[in-house]
Design a protein around this ligand. Structure first.
Ligand code: NAP
Ligand code: GLV
Length: 311
């Protein structure tokens, strides 16, 4: 079995060593662009994050591309042979991190820690009357591997929680909305909007003026999916006009966020550097190695991407 590793965001050696331990006898190496006129060494499977088109063009015998993340938007921009399977990470240690991040941000707004942080700077002892939890409903866009876990984690704090997805969901205590027809009702019911949609042609720019305006007055946005879901100027306008009270943003159209971007100095925006749910090396190696063994045993594997649907 031959595996080529091509991940632009991490050092290869610990991953190669991990795969050698998990799959004894495997021939695994880090991809380097093959000099013109030489034949590339060909693999059966690839472990990738955002590989260049040259990698795909050279590796003509690949059966599976194992993505070391949940989102496959960068892969689907490439020109891929139709026979090549894309397999995304299923959780692999990400849902607990995402739940921590989102619950922290929601609770920070609900308990008004954002105001206490300011009071602390100004040495102000200022009691705030607790808000009503029943009026602080959280809407999660996307109820897949991560969104469903996040919705359940929020529900533990007894916030009203709704989810929006393509297909209906049955999650204890969580109301499910589906499809474009039910998006307005979902938005109207939402005080805190959490975005966990994949980036696809259907979801790009979904966080625009028309949709964000339908949120309840004083709404908050927590975007932990992709920057291209947000129309930046629409969000800035709604924050400045007071319809929205704050945004916690982990992902951006351009990363790192350019120094001159208006998000940096905005008093209602908190920024983190695409870190809400990091890829965990050990869990990811174990999951991908397990899937490779399952492929050879002719078994079903979770996480095969539907290239037409885009996730
Ligand atoms: P997933 O399991 O594929 O779930 C996607 C969810 O979105 C599903 O519930 C799906 O509905 C729904 N959906 C997709 N297109 C839709 C549409 N047009 N209308 C309504 N609902 C739609 O993905 P995941 O593992 O939860 O991850 C979600 C995203 O999080 C990733 O794609 C990635 O971009 C992002 N992410 C970010 C970080 C970070 O550190 N910031 C880390 C990991 C992942 P159905 O269930 O009906 O199919
Ligand atoms: C990170 O953004 C991921 O998609 O896993």
């Amino acid at each position: 079995m031959k595996i080529v590793f091509c991940c632009t965001n991490t050092k290869a050696d610990p991953w190669l060593e991990g795969f050698r331990q998990a799959l004894p006898g495997v021939d695994i190496w880090e991809w380097q662009a093959t000099p013109a006129g030489q034949a590339p060494k060909l693999a059966d499977h690839a472990v990738v994050w955002s590989p260049p088109q040259q990698f795909i063009d050279e590796q003509t015998q690949l059966q599976n591309l194992f993505n070391i993340g949940a989102g496959v938007d960068a892969l689907l921009k490439l020109n891929l042979p139709s026979s090549l399977n894309i397999v995304r990470l299923n959780d692999a240690g990400m849902s607990v991190q995402m739940s921590e991040y989102v619950c922290h941000a929601v609770i920070r707004y609900f308990r008004e820690f954002n105001h206490y942080e300011k009071d602390t700077q100004e040495k102000r002892w200022s009691y705030r009357k607790p808000g009503l939890r029943s009026e602080f409903s959280v809407g999660v866009l996307g109820a897949g591997v991560l969104g469903s876990k996040v919705a359940q984690a929020l529900q533990q704090f007894e916030f009203p929680v709704n989810v929006w997805s393509r297909s209906p969901k049955q999650l204890a205590g969580v109301k499910s909305f589906t499809g474009p027809d039910q998006l307005p009702a979902f938005l109207k019911a939402t005080r805190v909007l959490v975005n966990l949609l994949p980036l696809t042609p259907d979801t790009e720019n979904v966080l625009n003026r028309a949709n964000l305006s339908q949120l309840q007055a004083g709404a908050f946005l927590i975007n932990v999916a992709r920057g291209k879901h947000v129309v930046d100027q629409d969000l800035l306008d709604l924050l400045d006009q007071g319809h929205m009270a704050g945004a916690t943003l982990d992902v951006f159209r351009v990363e790192p966020l350019p120094q001159d971007h208006a998000f940096w100095n905005h008093p209602k925006i908190v920024i983190t550097p695409h870190t809400s749910a990091r890829t965990m090396r050990e869990e990811s190696i174990a999951q991908i190695a397990g899937k490779i063994k399952a492929v050879y045993a002719g078994q079903f594997i979770e996480g095969r991407v539907d290239k037409i649907r885009g996730y």
